[in-house]
Write a protein that binds this ligand. Structure first.
Ligand SMILES: Nc1ncnc2c1ncn2[C@@H]1O[C@H](COP(=O)(O)OP(=O)(O)OP(=O)(O)O)[C@@H](O)[C@H]1O
Ligand SMILES: [Mg+2]
Length: 351
């Protein structure tokens, strides 16, 4: 058993909750991939909410489920516009012309992004064709492997860096300076490319054992020579590091006078995550485990309303109510704490 977590971590949590914490001095990057090899852990919710807290951002949906695309444009799937899938096609089916102008302004299809700060934020939608993409990518890599020497290395590098190449081009076209990629819960295909495109990773982990297992699986994928990731690497050996583990769906003690004490379950998972971070610290962007664990309270009704309205959580107010699937849902006072937690994550990642 590793060391018990330091009380200063919980004190910092209290400052964050109150909006009084100064951001951690972490390395700053311009392109983050949000990932974990498990569904329903909050990847898309985080991508959507971080997109509403900064400017000049390009958000990219590489998940075939398209939940992030839906947040930005509830009619995205009916439109003939290009997606992240078409953007990648030329690298896998020679003869397809290179794409251009794939990113669309979010404000055109989500009213909440009309705010002045957000008016230069863009997104690239997903396509359900991405379900087929892993096998197409595996075929292309197998064909490239049949070539010899320098040609093989060059072609595999071109394939594996295709998403990065396209993102760089789209960021230039849209004059954006920050990028967030949302991924699917499965490794093969676009998630693999998104890991290779990242400058650093944001990993959401829900407070349940399966999500902790999937964090271990992700670390194994990055580190184990037998993993699919390490069998198909760029020739320069690039492996992204993890900037943050974001523990989602956290609950807090309701005992009178307890203030910012996590409940037993949350506390246990914070400790488990701390142990994993500590023993794998070389996969993180600094050497202090306390720099890499972030907390997000359970969104409760605010999360359901945010999804139903496609409205960022930072724009919601305590007392807002609506009926979702015949259930009266309301935003309670914990919204302010959640808004501070999201803002803090945003403050710790961008330059
Ligand atoms: N603290 C939290 N962080 C993120 N999501 C939360 C949190 N609390 C509650 N939720 C709810 O949990 C769900 C998380 O779903 P989300 O689509 O973001 O997960 P995901 O990891 O993207 O799933 P998938 O892998 O299927 O794409 C949402 O309904 C959200 O409102
Ligand atoms: Mg998702």
């Amino acid at each position: 058993m590793a060391n018990q977590m330091n009380q200063s971590f919980y004190n910092r949590q209290e400052d964050i909750a109150n909006g009084n914490a100064s951001p951690l001095q972490l390395p700053k990057h311009s392109l983050y991939t949000i990932c974990n090899l498990r569904g329903g852990v909050g990847k898309t919710s985080l991508a959507f909410n971080l997109s509403s807290l900064t400017n000049n951002l390009l958000a990219i949906d590489t998940c075939p489920q398209g939940n992030l695309s839906y947040f930005f444009d509830d009619e995205y799937s009916f439109k003939q516009t290009l997606s992240s899938y078409e953007m990648l096609l030329p690298y896998f089916f020679p003869g397809f012309g290179k794409a251009t102008g794939v990113a669309k302004p979010i404000k055109a299809t989500n009213q909440y992004f009309n705010a002045p700060l957000l008016s230069k934020n863009y997104f690239i939608k997903s396509s359900n064709q991405l379900y087929l993409f892993p096998s197409q990518m595996a075929n292309s890599i197998a064909q490239a492997r049949a070539l010899s020497g320098q040609n093989q290395t060059q072609l595999i590098d071109t394939i594996l860096s295709s998403l990065k190449t396209e993102i760089t081009r789209e960021m230039k076209e849209t004059s954006t300076s920050k990028c967030l990629i949302d991924t699917s819960p499965f490794f093969a295909g676009a998630t693999h490319l998104a890991l290779l495109a990242a400058e650093a990773l944001l990993v959401t982990v829900r407070t349940d054992q399966q999500s902790v297992n999937s964090l271990n699986l992700l670390i194994d994928t990055l580190s184990n020579p037998a993993s699919e990731f390490r069998k198909n690497m760029l020739s320069n050996g690039f492996t992204p590091k993890i900037q943050m583990i974001i523990l989602t769906h956290c609950g807090w003690s309701t005992v009178a006078g307890a203030r910012n004490k996590p409940n037993q379950q949350t506390k246990m998972f914070i400790q488990k995550i701390f142990d994993i971070v500590q023993s794998n610290i070389n996969f993180f962007t600094t050497d202090d485990p306390y720099n890499h664990i972030f907390i997000l309270d359970d969104f409760l009704g605010s999360g359901r309303m945010s999804t139903a309205l496609r409205k960022p959580i930072n724009m919601m107010t305590q007392g807002d109510t609506m009926t979702i699937n015949r259930v009266r849902t309301s935003v309670n006072k914990s919204i302010v704490k959640i808004q501070h937690e999201l803002q803090y994550i945003s403050d710790c990642i961008w330059t």
